[in-house]
Design a binder for this molecule. Structure first.
Ligand SMILES: Nc1ncnc2c1ncn2[C@@H]1O[C@H](COP(=O)(O)OP(=O)(O)O)[C@@H](O)[C@H]1O
Ligand SMILES: CC(C)(COP(=O)(O)O)[C@@H](O)C(=O)NCCC(=O)O
Ligand SMILES: [K+]
Length: 244
């Protein structure tokens, strides 16, 4: 039994795995990291390893403190990955994106894969059918769009996520909701259309904190799997054990 932990720029997600099955999933804030990990380990005494992917700014030592009880592994660029990396700056590629690419490569063999992670940022990652990671895109996530328009203007209020009534916003509030939500939906549909036109045999995976909300609004039919990063971490770790 292992626990995988995904430290994003907004929240921390964790899942306990027995083989390929998720037993329980947790979401918490970085201020409550130590307490939550402690609780998970107390609840699941059979956990032998803590596998961490981090792009956030939490202290490594918080995890290392658990090393007396179990093995702690930070996924890093030095690990073995099941794809060839064609990114021109492989050392700066986010470790979360590497893990998503690895999970897609292992779980969906012999096809092109596009992974869209709608978190703090929206990331697009493309692994082709020859298992070559080709790159993708990074754009502001939904919450970031609301916050940055408020922070960088004098007049725009900070709103919380709401479904726009129409693409024609009839008030400041409605115009912001339309710009943020419809804008991101059009962006994602636009990228999906480009990838689908360029490659016939492609699987598209949508994950991240906004995945469920967005999936319902896309023109393309895409099923959201908000656990995909945690599942990919489990897969990446199993692959490492087999291939090290
Ligand atoms: N309780 C919540 N707290 C913060 N963000 C949330 C919450 N519920 C949904 N979200 C959405 O999730 C997104 C962040 O997704 P997440 O996958 O947690 O990000 P990250 O992996 O970058 O930490 C935000 O854009 C926000 O709209
Ligand atoms: C793009 C990201 C900020 C996404 O982080 P997230 O939204 O998952 O919190 C992260 O993958 C990162 O820091 N990447 C480094 C740059 C790159 O991937 O090229
Ligand atoms: K992301």
């Amino acid at each position: 039994m292992i626990v995988t932990v995904d430290v994003g720029n907004t929240r921390i997600k964790a899942a306990v795995f027995e083989g390929d099955t998720i037993l329980q999933r947790f979401v918490f804030d970085k201020t409550a990291l130590e307490k939550n990990i402690k609780n998970i380990l107390e609840k699941f005494g059979a956990i032998v390893c803590l596998v961490v992917s981090s792009v956030g700014d939490v202290e490594k030592n918080t995890f290392l403190a658990f090393e007396k009880k179990l093995k702690v592994h930070f996924v890093s660029h030095q690990d073995v990955f099941p794809f060839i990396n064609n990114y021109e700056t492989p050392k700066t590629l986010g470790i979360d994106r590497m893990v998503l690419a690895a999970g897609a490569t292992l779980l969906y063999p012999n096809q092109n894969r596009l992974i869209i992670d709608a978190g703090t940022c929206v990331t697009y990652d493309f692994v082709d059918e020859n298992n070559v990671y080709q790159g993708g895109a990074i754009s502001p996530g939904m919450r970031l769009r609301y916050e940055s328009m408020h922070n960088f203007t004098a007049k725009l209020p900070l709103l919380t996520l709401e479904s726009p009534e129409s693409y024609v916003g009839k008030s400041t509030t409605q115009a912001i909701h339309s710009g943020v939500v419809n804008g991101l939906v059009y962006e994602i549909d636009g990228f999906i259309d480009e990838y689908k036109a360029a490659c016939k045999n492609i699987i598209i995976i949508l994950t991240g904190g906004d995945a469920d909300f967005l999936a319902k609004r896309l023109k393309n039919t895409i099923f959201a799997n908000s656990n995909f990063l945690l599942e990919s971490l489990n897969q990446t770790f199993q692959y490492k054990i087999k291939n090290d």
